[in-house]
Design a protein around this ligand. Structure first.
Ligand SMILES: Nc1nc2c(c(=O)[nH]1)N[C@H]1C(S)=C(S)[C@@H](COP(=O)(O)O)O[C@H]1N2
Ligand SMILES: [Mo]
Length: 201
């Protein structure tokens, strides 16, 4: 096992089960937000899928909760180096929303945007096939506001900056349109197992 010291002086332990360059944050769950945590009540939350879809649609809190529930139990990886093992989120699979909106055959990418204006870009293929969720519970409790509650996007097989907090919608496109971090030098896809941290990795 590899031990290096981070900025905080705490030992950072790399576990073999984590992607390269990641350490186990243990019980800590750091908050990383480029913006102030919004006051967003479930009653004010909506989720929209538009762009290159047959049926642009908006779901409110109640309509989203009427879709079949789905959970994720596994790891998450932040590009700044921390990972968490075995976290539990629940909500609805993104497939359920996409099936309702019917993506056009020409759609290849999506921009995910939050109710605050933060954006992230993703290949559409990373959002389908049961690998992405709209999550509103963490560990069986409502997702805390600082972690994106009432609801966030969850794409745990990519670096966590793609998992947009206070998720408002997805716009499907036929090209990659860089979001907040992608415009600031981060990778278009962000696969942690291939250490796709920065543009060009
Ligand atoms: N709206 C919004 N979503 C966001 C961010 C953000 O700044 N704003 N930061 C991203 C980054 S860089 C990470 S690592 C995770 C952090 O989620 P957490 O604060 O729940 O740990 O959220 C991602 N989603
Ligand atoms: Mo991050």
């Amino acid at each position: 096992m590899n031990v290096t010291r981070g900025f905080t002086g705490r030992p950072r332990v790399h576990h073999p089960g984590l992607p390269p360059g990641q350490y186990d944050a243990g019980d800590d769950w750091p908050v990383l937000s480029a913006e102030v945590t919004p006051e967003l009540a479930p009653a004010d939350w909506t989720f929209r899928v538009d762009g290159l879809v047959e049926r642009p649609r908006t779901w409110d809190w109640e309509q989203a909760h009427a879709l079949p529930g789905a959970a994720y139990e596994g790891d998450i990886h932040c590009v700044t180096g921390w990972s968490k093992f075995g976290v539990r989120f629940s909500g609805v699979s993104l497939d359920a929303f996409l099936d309702g909106a019917r993506p056009d055959a020409s759609a290849t990418h999506a921009v995910a945007h939050s109710h605050t204006g933060y954006t992230a870009s993703l290949p559409l293929a990373d959002l389908t096939g049961g690998r992405a969720w709209i999550a509103w519970e963490y560990d069986g409790r409502p997702l805390p506001a600082e972690h994106g509650g009432p609801a966030r996007l969850l794409v745990p097989h990519l670096y966590f900056w793609k998992s947009v907090k206070w998720i408002a919608g997805l716009t499907l496109l036929d090209h990659d349109e860089p979001g907040f971090w992608e415009q600031n030098g981060y990778h278009a896809r962000g696969n942690p197992w291939q250490e796709q941290r920065y543009h060009g990795d």
